[in-house]
Structures are given as C-alpha cells and as structure tokens.
Design a binder for this molecule. Structure first.
Ligand code: AHR
Length: 511
C-alpha cells in the first residue's frame, strides 16, 4: 500500500477516497480440469481481405512469402502459439466446393462469393494452400464442410482426398496435385450456421442431415476425426436440446456462435468512436457469454453427464459497423483497447468453463471483424486483441486453478458489474499464471491475492493498457497500444498486492 501512496493518485486513476480492496484467493495446489489449448484458436474465412491480402499474396508477390503465404503474418501468429485455424467459413463454407480449389491454379474455376461483397473468388487459395498455411503456423486445421449446397459424396471425398493413405481415386488425385503423404486433419465441421446462412434448416432437419453426412466422413488409418455439429445461435437453447437428443454422442463437438454487438444489428456502433455508456454495454454483452455457456452446458449435462461432447465456440468476438469508406461486405473494422478487454474477459470465461468448452475461435484473424492482425499491402500491424492473446498464451494446456474473487463494482448510470475478471492456471513446469482484467475505464484496482498451497518466491508480469479505452494501432502509429513489463505487484508472505491500472489486462507469472 505504501507504494500506492507514493504514486500520484491521478496516474493510478484513483479517486482521493480509498477504494475497498478486491480480494482474490488462488488455490494453487488444486485444479483438475485442463484448459484445452484449442480455446485459443482462430477462424479465417474467404471474406474481404482475410485470406486474400491477409495471408495469401501469391508466390510472385514482392511481399516476403513462402509458397505464396506472407511470412510476417505467419511469424506473428506463431508468436501467440496459434493452436488451430478454422476454414473456409463461415457462411462461405456452405457454398464452397472443394474440388474447385485443387489442381493447377490457372485452371481452377471461379465463383461468386455471394455472402461477402459479391466478389469473384478465383479459388487460388484452396485445400493445399490452407494445409500448407497450417503447417507453416504449426497449428491444427479445422475444416468446415458444405452441408447447405454440397452433397454427402462431396464431403466424404474431401475427407478421403486429404486423409487417406493408400490407393484410392481421391488419394491418387491428391498425389497428382503434388501432395504424396496424406495430411492429418482432426477437426471436421459438418456445416456452418445451418439454422441461417448454411441452409435455414430446422433443428430436427439438421440433426438428421448431420447423422447422414457424418456417417460418411470416415476416420482413415490413424487419422481420427473429431466431428463438430452446427450448434446454436447464441441463446437458442432448443437447438442444443434437439441436437443432444437426436444426435448425442455421434458428434464430438457442438458449435456455439455469439458475437458482441454493442448496439443493434442495423447500427452496430463504431469500432473507434464510442462513449462510456457504449463501452459499458459492450462489456455487459460480452459477459453474457458466461450465461450462455452455463445454460447450454446444463442442457448438455442432462444428455451427456460425462461431458464427452465439447462446446466449440467457433465464432465469437466484436462486430461493429465497417470502417468508413470500406466495402460493407468485407467487415473490416479497427480494434481498440476495448477489444482487448473483450477478448481477455471472454478468454477468462472460456477458461472457467473448460470442463465443457474444448475449443473457441475468434472471428476472424486478419482484416475481418475482431482481427488480431491488420494488413495494408506490405504493411502489417498487431492489434490490441493480438496482445491479449500474447499475454494469455500461458494458459494453453495448463491446469485451471480454482479461485474465489470478491471484486469492486464498476458502476455507470445506476448499473453495475464486477470491475475485475480473473483466471489462473498452473503449467506443466509448475509455474502459476494469473490473468486479470480491470474493466473499469476510470479507476485503478488494488487487489490483495492470497496464493494458497504454494511457496511463491518470484513474481513477474506483463500489462496491456493505454491512455484511452478507444486507443488503437494504426499503420502510422503501429505500436500505440502494446505490452509492457509490469512492476506493480509485490509478494509478501504468500500475499500478492497488485495495483491494477484502469482499463488494463495483466498477466502475472508466479514461481
Ligand atoms: O464471421 C462472419 C460470419 O458470421 C460468418 O461467415 C457466419 O458464420 C456468421 O454469421
């Protein structure tokens, strides 16, 4: 506390009246659930400048690339240990015919990307390019097959083309197209948003379709498919109930889509111009993810008490109005410190539900929606959301530690929410990581954390914050918001005293 008094109160965002202390208990010697690294996954669709320009520039581009894929983007994603990448959609998946995207590029047929701007898709980025991208990233592919406008045979043959190791029409075609050995693909989605852009189906109809399509998606050799059914649109609990009843253990995962839209779908709000009331609503809507996961899990528990079927939150993130002067069908939006707070709060929520949530994929990696990377021709920048992932990568495959938290409130216009959000884990080497978010954009938080069951010796940390909640990285100022070393945590007799600045995301490492 002494150190707090020495610092100017305004710098800390503290009012002259002392705030009550936030109390955190971390049970460092407990915990039984693993935080699946796939919770830190991503999603990239043939949409706007995500694939084209974002990853794919072609072999002849002056932008440094490996077999057509930009090196800077690959390196940045490796630095956050991207565990998986979902592709080719999204809505695009249900109008994608994979055979158009293999073979010599010059001979690949073109198509209209009807969902996203009506642009011509030349199919130059297809199966081989995507799986090469995943190999360069060192991540697992997650492919979504076409149920809406494709056939059972088409999906079945795609699996055979990619994964069959032996003599077959599809594996021969793969070899003819330059890839001798099969790839390993575990995560396989059977349709996307089949309740909407993927075919406007009823839950009952889709459940039957899933059973049909999934039957013919074979696990060849030692490639074991983890089949993911199209799950509910946010709070559609009936969809979950129907799928659990009619499909049950025939699926390994059930997807969930939920976007944080600050205002309405008609006017979603600006990515960079927002007042505190809009910020408050954004976080409130983000916190709804916790309720969604709890309620869908409760339904699933009735049919699957052993939790064999995972929730796969394969589309989530902020969705704003597109940046002015950009193609409305390209969903290009800037990304501020607000987005990093949204990401960090969501990741804490996913960690807390890791007994059921086995994967989550932020929409959509590069240049689309809540991107971690933005590009402008040869330039690339890392968004505040990127830096949240950078801080949180420590939780991948670590053991979730039980915590209890008594938090101050962040209040605005008579409404309140907890100011602090926390998650803690212990990795294989025994290190403890605590990620904390101070949601309050105005007040710092003094946190007293008791670390039970561990003799902590050393503490270090990294923090993400900025002067304004709407600060962002631009191509003119690409490092305006980024991570810095954190020194305001003090360890004494197993008690950690933390001074968490307003609107910040912090990662502490305890040894
Ligand atoms: O991520 C953008 C779109 O949002 C996806 O294509 C679709 O699945 C969802 O509606």
């Amino acid at each position: 506390m002494k150190r707090l008094i020495l610092l100017p109160l305004a710098v800390l965002g503290l009012s002259s009246q002392a705030l009550p202390q936030n109390k955190l208990v971390v049970n460092a010697d407990q915990g039984k659930e693993t935080i699946d690294r796939h919770i830190y996954g991503h999603f990239s669709e043939h949409l706007g400048r995500c694939i084209y320009g974002g990853y794919w520039v072609g072999e002849d581009s002056p932008i440094p690339n490996t077999r057509g894929i930009r090196n800077d983007v690959v390196q940045a994603l490796r630095n956050i240990q991207i565990p998986n990448l979902r592709w080719p959609g999204g809505c695009f998946a249900d109008e994608y015919h994979w055979r158009d995207g293999v073979g010599p590029r010059s001979q690949r047929p073109k198509m209209v990307n009807t969902h996203w701007g009506g642009v011509t898709e030349d199919n130059s980025f297809g199966t081989h390019e995507f799986l090469d991208l995943c190999e360069q990233l060192g991540c697992e592919p997650y492919i979504t097959g076409n149920v809406g406008s494709g056939s059972v045979e088409e999906m079945s043959k795609w699996v055979e083309y990619i994964t069959f190791d032996g003599e077959s029409p599809m594996s021969n075609l793969r070899k003819q197209n330059g890839r001798e050995a099969p790839w390993k693909v575990k995560f396989w989605g059977v349709g996307n948003e089949s309740w909407g852009c993927g075919g406007n189906m009823t839950a009952e109809f889709y459940a039957d379709q899933y059973r049909r399509y999934a039957t013919f998606c074979r696990s060849y050799g030692d490639n074991r498919l983890y089949k993911i059914a199209c799950g509910p649109n946010d709070a559609d609990y009936r969809w979950t109930e129907t799928l659990m009843k009619n499909v049950g253990n025939r699926m390994n995962g059930l997807s969930l889509h939920y976007y944080t839209v600050p205002k309405t779908w008609g006017d979603k709000g600006s990515a960079t111009q927002f007042d505190e009331a809009e910020y408050f609503t954004t976080i409130q809507k983000t916190l709804f993810m916790d309720e969604l996961l709890a309620k869908h899990s409760t339904i699933m528990d009735r049919y699957d008490p052993q939790k064999r079927v995972g929730i796969i939150t394969d589309e989530w993130g902020t969705w704003y109005n597109v940046e002015p002067e950009t193609n409305p069908g390209f969903l290009y939006q800037q990304n501020t410190l607000r987005d990093a707070i949204v990401a960090a709060v969501n990741l804490n929520i996913f960690n807390a539900h890791c007994d059921r949530v086995k994967m989550a994929n932020l929409a959509q990696t590069v240049n689309v929606l809540q991107a971690v990377i933005l590009t402008d021709k040869e330039k690339m920048l890392l968004t505040p959301t990127y830096w949240a992932y950078y801080l949180y990568k420590v939780h991948q495959d670590a053991t979730l530690l039980p915590i209890s938290l008594k938090s101050n409130k962040y209040e605005l216009n008579g409404k309140a929410m907890d100011a602090v959000s926390v998650s803690a884990s212990r990795n294989a080497a025994g290190k403890i990581h605590i990620t904390l978010v101070n949601i309050d954009p105005n007040k710092a938080q003094a946190i007293e954390a008791e670390l039970r069951g561990v003799a902590a010796q050393k503490i270090s940390g990294k923090i993400l914050t900025s002067a304004k909640i709407s600060d962002y990285n631009s191509f003119g100022n690409p490092n305006a918001v980024s991570v810095k070393d954190f020194k305001d945590a003090k360890l004494s007799k197993g008690i950690l005293s933390i001074s968490l600045p307003a609107k910040s995301v912090l990662m502490l490492e305890v040894e």
